[in-house]
Design a protein around this ligand. Structure first.
Ligand code: SAM
Length: 248
């Protein structure tokens, strides 16, 4: 069962509590703090362009990659409405194939790498990112923490009943494989007021901070910094989002 197919068309509605302006500001603060010179950005798992569009508006030259045709379709529709031109590619980042080198920055926001469930695949992406960056280029990404995936989302069940969309979301955490399987059932109101039902199964890998650092090091990155929850502090045991910043 594919991920981010029908879900793509309600993704933004369900993410409307996420403050993407704050996210963009935080990424720019990281760039500034690092003293990195950034004009071009390759954004991995860009989804519906929630970071891509505002960053383009700020004047960066950005290309976005995502595996989901539907997420990219929504990104393009939004960009057109806002008069922004986007460069988007449909691709599995586990087999990243991008032919522009000497990039200033590679970015991956909001869980993209949690969807890469095998260490080897993650190392392939990180190695390719290392190859694509210019010397001194900056790699910025975040993941949902091991704590969040194992303890908070863990084996929980969520549900919401909005006016036009309702969903049920059941999780199962496998501590041997460190995988959360998420069964999602959505009910979306159509033009006649009837609800269409569709389901998706998502799988996310829970990585520890140390695992990610090891894979980054094996991929050639040095001077790896880890922040948490949109601050410039080291992660605590109960931090939910870890930000990794490293240079080539
Ligand atoms: C939680 S969404 C984040 C989207 C966007 N970055 C944002 O902040 O709104 C995760 C995204 O990862 C993409 N994704 C998952 N696995 C992927 C893969 N192997 N290659 C490329 N994109 C992938 C999904 O299609 C989805 O758009």
């Amino acid at each position: 069962m594919e991920q981010y197919r029908d879900f793509a068309f309600i993704y933004d509605e369900l993410m409307n509590d996420v403050d993407y302006d704050k996210w963009v500001d935080y990424v720019e603060e990281i760039i500034k703090k690092e003293g990195a010179q950034v004009q071009n950005i390759l954004e991995l798992a860009c989804g519906t362009g929630n970071m891509t569009i505002p960053l383009t508006k700020k004047g960066y030259d950005i290309a976005g990659i995502d595996i989901s045709r539907e997420m990219l379709e929504v990104a393009l529709e939004k960009a057109e409405k806002e008069g922004v031109e986007l460069v988007l590619l449909q691709q599995d980042i586990a087999e990243l194939d991008f032919d522009v080198e000497n990039l200033d920055c590679v970015l991956c926001a909001c869980d993209g790498f949690n969807y890469i469930t095998y260490d080897d695949d993650l190392e392939n992406v990180f190695t390719k990112v290392h190859e694509l960056l210019k010397p001194g280029g900056i790699f910025i990404f975040d993941i949902s923490s091991y704590y969040k995936l194992s303890e908070i989302l863990g084996n929980n069940i969520y549900g919401e009943n909005r006016e036009d969309v309702a969903y049920m979301w059941r999780n199962c955490f496998d501590p041997e494989e460190n995988l959360v399987e998420m069964e999602l059932a959505f009910f979306v109101k159509d033009e006649d007021g009837k609800f269409d039902r569709f389901e998706e199964i998502h799988q996310q890998r829970a990585y520890t901070e140390e695992e990610i650092i090891d894979i980054l090091s094996d991929s050639g990155f040095e001077d790896i910094k880890v922040y948490s929850d949109f601050e410039f502090e080291s992660p605590k045991e109960d931090s939910e989002r870890l930000f990794f910043v490293c240079r080539k």
